[in-house]
Each structure stands twice: as C-alpha cells, then as structure tokens.
Write a protein that binds this ligand. Structure first.
Ligand code: DX5
Ligand code: ZN
Length: 231
C-alpha cells in the first residue's frame, strides 16, 4: 500500500558490525520503519561493505522492509543476487552505468521494488523519463561512501523539483546523507517521505541501551512531522 507518511530508515552502516542481527532487531523494536543496507564496492565509491551473502544473513532479522542501496558499478550483473538475498527494494545509481532504464527494468523483473539514486551533482531532470519505472527516487545529500558526513543543502531544491515531477504518481522520495532532527524538516518540507539516517540514529546507543535508538528515531520523526504540519 503506497503512502506518503514519514518513514525513518536507519542505515546499518552505523551499526556494530559484529552484531547485525541484534542491531536490526533493536532498531525495529525502537520504531524504525525500514532498514537501509548500504552496499559499496570499493570502485564506484571508495569503501567496501556487504556482498549478497551478508544481505541474506540480515534478511531473517528484518521484519519491516529491507531497502538495499547499491553503490556498485557495474550493477546489472548483481541485481539478481541481491534480490535473491531478500531485498524488498533495490536502488541503483544513475551514475553507475550507461543504461539506467535497463537497470530499472532488470530490478522490476526480479519482482522487487525499484529505485533510482542521484548523486549530489546529478540534476533532478535526469529522472524525468524513467519515473514510471521507479517506486522511489533517492536523492543523496552527501557524496556516497561514508556515514557521518555533512548534509549538502542543494539536495533540498532538487527534492522540490523531483516532487513536482512526480505529481500524484505513487513514487517515494528518499533522502540519504547527513539527516538529523535539524536537516530532516528541510527535506520533508520540500517533498521527501523516507529519511535514511545512520549516525543520527545509532549515536549514543547500543543493543544494551536500545532506548537511545528509540529517542534518536523519535527526534528525527517529530522534527519531520512538524515540517509536514507547518506546510
Ligand atoms: C552513504 C550512505 C548512507 C550513510 C548515511 O554513502 O548511503 O546511507 O550511511 O549516514 P549518515 O546518516 O551518517 O550521513
Ligand atoms: Zn545509503
């Protein structure tokens, strides 16, 4: 069921890498709506994270929705493996290859939801002719590769443009990078509904102090919903 309510998607890039199962269960118990999995290849981005077997191991712990952000190039050859690993949604970067239209078709062919991702330098207009293949547009507000970076403000105007292009089509807008209770209202006011947050969710907490995750998630959600009410 499509809805534009605010969804908080903690990125497990900021979790304890020795304890993913418990970390996923903790963030979900503390109010996470989706679980965001950052896949990096050391080539498209200067960092390495999770292959399909890792994602498959996360799967049984995720009771909500597993959102797999592929920062890999080439990407097409790996779509089937990440779908089989249990992704509910796969997002691929427009900059990762010459044929994003084909990439989105390949994701859809696996029977999972499909999203396109735009780096900070990629214009909003680049998604105009592929929107009908997308369940989500992910607008990066940092350069992909690492958690804990500073929010890039040009993503706000881009969000506004993409939101206008979407109109009443059932397509989510997700924002990823530097989301905090301070930046969340800026992108929600511009039209975003899914907020990824790594450091702002995990900071100060642990599986032994999961209530901190809950307070962090609530602070982002309340700030975001405040921006909706004010609009
Ligand atoms: C960056 C990743 C993000 C990252 C966000 O390449 O796509 O999902 O984990 O981390 P924060 O919220 O700390 O900016
Ligand atoms: Zn991400």
């Amino acid at each position: 069921m499509f809805d534009r309510s605010i969804k908080i998607a903690p990125s497990i890039l900021s979790a304890d890498f020795a304890n993913f199962g418990a970390e996923i269960r903790a963030i979900e118990a503390q109010g996470a709506d989706w679980v965001h999995v950052d896949v990096m290849d050391g080539h498209f981005v200067p960092n390495l994270t999770f292959g399909p077997p890792a994602v498959k191991a996360f799967r049984p712990h995720v009771k909500t929705f597993m959102d797999v952000h592929l920062m890999i190039s080439p990407v097409d050859a790996y779509i089937e493996a990440y779908a089989e690993a249990g992704a509910d949604m796969i997002t691929a970067h427009i900059e990762a290859g010459p044929h994003i239209h084909r990439t989105l078709q390949a994701i859809k062919a696996q029977g999972v939801k499909a999203g396109v991702v735009l780096n900070p330098a990629t214009p909003a207009e680049s998604v105009e002719h592929i929107l009908d293949l997308c369940d989500m547009v992910l607008i990066m507000t940092v350069n992909p590769g690492f958690g804990g970076q500073k929010f890039i403000h040009s993503g706000i105007e881009k969000t506004r443009k993409v939101r206008a292009m979407i109109g009443d089509r059932p397509i989510h807008i997700q924002i990823d990078g530097g989301i905090t209770p301070e930046t969340a209202p800026l992108v929600v006011e511009a039209g975003a509904d899914v907020l990824v947050a790594g450091s702002a969710v995990f900071k100060g907490g642990s599986v032994d102090a999961p209530e901190v995750y809950g307070a962090n998630i609530r602070a982002i959600r309340e700030a975001a919903e405040g921006a909706r009410k004010a609009a």
